[in-house]
Design a binder for this molecule. Structure first.
Ligand SMILES: Nc1ncnc2c1ncn2[C@@H]1O[C@H](COP(=O)(O)OP(=O)(O)OP(=O)(O)O)[C@@H](O)[C@H]1O
Length: 561
């Protein structure tokens, strides 16, 4: 922060440092939290010094989110005490935590798209501050003081992912947060955005605020944190500083053993097409009633044994592309051919039965039945396939099928063991698994059907480094057997490491090709924001785009969100 603003009295009230600037902002002592069959936190002690960035790392299911939910008043510990700004407190709800100066930015942003930044910020905080002309001024002041660059009157739906995250931070600051909890804040950001976020965090820190964040990206943790606490199996196993630790050491502290070394790159690409997408077009009408192209003539082929990676800032059409291939939406034009069969108009189930495995971007909406037991989730999306059914009654095609529940259960047990899904059993609900373990289960389920084509949207999002390496190995092994993969990921290391072919999607078009053997994450990140960069081959503008067809104006085809 510049000395100008740091010293200014414009630093809004309530957002400044708490009582005193030294000492600890948060002291968690002896925290234990049990769930049926699991001790999520076991006698955890953590001390977070005021005015520092403190990272929490650990394997999937280690207990990080539970601990942060306890600090944010979303869950009550069974044992232990919480100290905030030197005072022992009992938190019954997030409102209690907010009143104590704790703010939390969840991984899934909780903003109303059709409202402005101002409205979103004030929403739910009226009781604290009241909505008045003061609110707009205060937001502008906060944005300036912490260099967040947010306009109070911007509509949230017009903001990209990184800006939305800043709005969430602003919202917490507006409510008087002095300690901010961020849950995997960089999972959805491109490298340039990560740098900008870290600048923001340093800014907050220099003003005496405290940041606690959860992350699986160890390089990032080491670059921004002042202190790192490692949690393994519910308990703290180490507290380290970045100066004295390497990413490898940190990973080994987390996992408790050495990580597998990365496999060398080998090409398994054949010349047999598996998926052919030709001229896919989809238009949507935005809030101003203007039609814009969401998919603007998308064409590509993925061969057997090939991983095609699509890089892009979220909101540039990747989700719509996946939905079109899966038959979850009805494109305005174009064809989808799987293994020689035109499936352009086939329903989703037929596409799955035709050999498409699907790891969805939103695991809660499309990947799991959260309130159903894990073994029922084994059946989800594969109700007509073995081992979940033994086929049509009496072998008559089209006859009803009986579910083979015993087999489905047994296979769920196998997935849990093979994919190291940390759960007390297959009877617990999917909701009770940690995020990374839910993801491992979905990957296991989809790979179990030996798909011809895997549509993998962020396959390792929220997954720890050990499990990530394991999932990559599984995908590589299947690729050697001829699996074709469409990989969509915000993790550029994953895209570069797994892809045989890499394309950049921007505003509904595939705008550039990159060679995964040479491109850097930074170059890829720049191309994703529409900039031309080295090591990438940029495509010509198409003639006659869907946007022009639809509105006669080729400048309306949306923007990165
Ligand atoms: N509401 C719940 N009911 C039952 N068990 C739960 C519940 N919430 C968490 N658990 C269990 O507590 C343990 C810790 O989960 P938690 O979500 O805190 O892990 P995490 O370290 O945040 O993992 P990840 O990196 O995968 O997000 C896990 O075994 C999980 O299954």
């Amino acid at each position: 922060m510049s000395s100008e603003s740091s010293g200014s009295s414009s630093a809004p009230s309530g957002a400044g440092p708490g009582p005193g600037r030294s000492g600890s902002a948060v002291e968690l002592r002896g925290i234990t939290k049990r769930f049926p069959g699991v001790v999520a936190n076991r006698d955890i002690d953590i001390s977070v010094a005021r005015g520092t960035v403190h990272a929490l790392v650990g394997e999937n299911g280690a207990g990080k989110s539970t601990l942060m939910k306890i600090l944010y008043g979303m869950q009550r510990p069974d044992e232990g005490t919480i100290g905030i700004d030197g005072e022992d407190v009992v938190l019954h709800s997030p409102a209690d935590a907010i009143a104590r100066g704790i703010g939390m930015v969840h991984q899934h942003f909780m903003l109303a798209d059709n409202l402005t930044v101002l409205e979103n910020t004030v929403l739910g905080a009226e009781k604290l501050h009241g909505i008045g002309s003061g609110a707009r001024r205060k937001i502008a002041e906060l944005s300036d003081a912490y260099q967040l660059g947010i306009r109070p009157d911007a509509l949230v739906e017009e903001l990209g992912v990184a800006d939305r995250q800043r709005v969430e931070i602003l919202k917490a600051l507006y409510r008087g947060a002095r300690t901010l909890i961020l849950d995997e804040p960089t999972a959805v950001l491109v490298p340039q955005e990560v740098d900008a976020l870290f600048d923001n965090l340093r800014e907050l820190k220099s003003e005496g605020l405290t940041v606690v964040f959860i992350s699986h990206k160890l390089g990032e943790v080491l670059s921004v944190a002042d202190a790192i606490t490692v949690i393994r199996r519910g308990t703290t196993v180490a507290s380290v500083t970045p100066r004295e630790t390497s990413p490898k050491q940190l990973a080994e502290l987390m996992v408790g053993s050495e990580l597998p070394t990365a496999e060398t790159r080998e090409s398994t690409v054949t010349d047999t097409p598996m998926l052919d997408v030709a001229g896919l077009r989809l238009a949507a009408t935005d809030s101003d009633g203007v039609e814009r192209a969401v998919l603007d003539g998308i064409s590509f082929t993925i061969h057997k044994g090939e991983v095609l990676g699509v890089a892009g800032v979220e909101g540039n059409g990747q989700a719509e592309l996946v939905e079109a291939i899966m038959g979850m939406s009805d494109p305005d034009g174009g064809t989808v051919t799987l293994d020689g069969q035109d499936i352009s108009h086939a329903p989703t189930r037929a596409r799955r039965e035709g050999g498409i495995g699907y790891i969805p971007e939103d695991r809660h909406r499309h990947g799991l039945l959260l309130e159903a037991p894990l073994w029922e989730n084994r059946i989800l999306g594969h109700v007509t396939e073995k081992p979940n059914t033994n086929g049509p009654l009496l072998g008559i095609p089209g006859a009803p099928r009986l579910l083979a529940l015993g087999d489905a259960r047994a296979d769920s047990e196998r997935i849990v063991a093979e994919y190291d899904v940390r759960t007390p059993g297959i009877e617990v609900t999917a909701a009770s698994l940690s995020g990374g373990n839910q993801q491992k289960f979905i990957v296991g389920r989809e790979m179990s059907h030996h798909p011809k084509l895997l549509i993998a949207a962020h396959p390792t999002r929220g997954v720890d480094v050990g499990a990530q390496a394991q999932i990559w190995d599984q995908i590589r092994a299947a690729r050697r057997e001829g699996l074709a993969v469409l990989l969509i990921s915000a993790d550029l290391d994953e895209l570069i490491g797994l892809s045989d072919t890499l394309r950049v999607m921007y505003r509904g078009r595939l705008v550039a090709d990159a060679d995964p053997a040479h491109v850097t994450p930074e170059e890829l990140g720049s191309a994703m924001t529409g900039a031309a960069t080295g090591h990438l081959e940029h495509q010509e503008e198409p003639t006659g785009t869907a946007a022009e067809d639809a509105s006669g104006n080729d400048d309306t085809n949306g923007g990165a969100k």
